[in-house]
Write a protein that binds this ligand. Structure first.
Ligand SMILES: NC(=O)c1ccc[n+]([C@@H]2O[C@H](COP(=O)([O-])OP(=O)(O)OC[C@H]3O[C@@H](n4cnc5c(N)ncnc54)[C@H](OP(=O)(O)O)[C@@H]3O)[C@@H](O)[C@H]2O)c1
Length: 315
């Protein structure tokens, strides 16, 4: 019989934009059993655990806190709690030698120093560390719409994203997505060199931001653009453009995703379960190479994220 891995989720519910419920479903779909969860409030955590137990048809234990969850004998931890809690949860997982799938961004700006030490800890112990950046998983739709675009030649990557809440956190919440798409068009081993980063306010200072980043990587110079406009309601507008060719995301009933380019359109699988599937594959295969590739991606992204945030004044 195939082994089902036992997963713990910290932040399994949803108070604002958390993806815990979707991550838990994706885990179950890909052979990972959510056996325990933790949150900030045991009564609420117990309600989420009861609803998951009904949905998944097996017991889900509500733990009083992340430390209790991490010590409960789980095989891996999913961190879906607000970003301010990521560093402490990552530390607990590292201490317990648990593989982790962590929501983006890996840590809050106040924990940048700690994050370096945490990532190196995972590297030294050769433990799997994944960040939930799902946009690279929609790139097959892009290349189906634009078959002539060659990843190895891309020089300009632009994204429009629509954070749910206005304010400075919009950039903090969205930057990992842009960087993960950059990494997806570069060789796995590439370490981009940051040249400049500028953050401009939009007409509505609180709700619109524009970030422009220049960097050098894989023998070419690249420009990244992040167009942010706050949107409180779903479906939130989003598009991705490589070298000026753009696809727009449409979300239909049942979260059916389609990308359109002019008159053309292509259905696209929900990238979140695809990202969880990649984590599950790496977890189950237990291959050092996969762990090292995943860790390298997190290390490079985290380094760039921090350098860009420093340049635009978020410390
Ligand atoms: N990949 C993506 O596209 C995407 C999209 C949206 C969000 N996210 C990321 O998901 C993460 C969470 O988003 P959010 O901040 O909006 O989440 P949220 O919905 O406010 O909270 C998510 C869960 O975390 C729990 N929680 C709150 N405080 C906690 C604490 N101190 N310790 C443990 N659990 C706690 C909440 O339950 P209780 O309050 O009951 O504890 C809730 O179940 C962020 O890193 C965000 O960037 C990613």
């Amino acid at each position: 019989m195939t082994r089902r891995w036992s997963i713990g989720i910290v932040g399994a519910g949803r108070s604002r934009n958390g993806l815990g419920p979707f991550l838990s479903r994706a885990c179950e779909l890909h052979g990972l059993s959510v056996t325990g969860i933790a949150g900030s409030n045991l009564a609420r955590t117990a309600m989420v655990a009861a609803s998951m137990a009904t949905e998944f048809g097996h017991a889900v234990v509500a733990h009083a806190d992340t430390a209790a969850l991490v010590g409960s004998g789980i095989d891996a931890l999913v961190i879906a709690s607000p970003v301010e809690q990521h560093a402490s949860a990552l530390r607990l997982a590292l201490h317990a030698r648990l593989p982790v799938l962590c929501e983006k961004p890996l840590v809050a700006p106040g924990d940048f120093l700690a994050s370096q030490e945490i990532i190196e800890g995972f590297a030294q112990c050769k433990i799997l560390l994944f960040e939930n950046c799902q946009w690279p998983f929609v790139l097959p739709a892009f290349f189906a719409l634009y078959p002539n675009v060659r990843p190895a030649l891309v020089q300009r990557i632009a994204m429009r994203l629509s954070p749910g809440e206005p304010g400075p956190a919009m950039v903090q919440d969205s930057l990992s997505h842009l960087l993960s798409v950059l990494q997806a068009v570069l060789p796995d081993t590439c370490e981009p060199h940051l040249i400049s980063a500028v953050l401009l306010d939009g007409a509505d200072v609180e709700a619109e931001r524009f970030l422009r980043v220049e960097l050098a990587a894989a023998g070419r110079q690249l420009v990244l653009e992040l167009h942010l406009r706050c949107c409180a309601t779903q479906p939130r507008p989003a598009w991705l453009s490589l070298d000026g060719d753009r696809m727009d995301r449409q979300i239909g009933p049942g979260y059916a995703i389609t990308f359109t380019a002019g008159e053309r359109s292509i259905p696209c699988e929900d990238p979140l379960p695809l990202c969880v599937a990649a984590f599950a594959r790496a977890l189950k295969s237990d291959t050092l190479e996969l762990r090292e590739t995943a860790l390298h991606a997190v290390r490079v992204r985290s380094h760039l994220y921090r350098a860009i945030m420093d340049l635009v004044g978020f410390h």
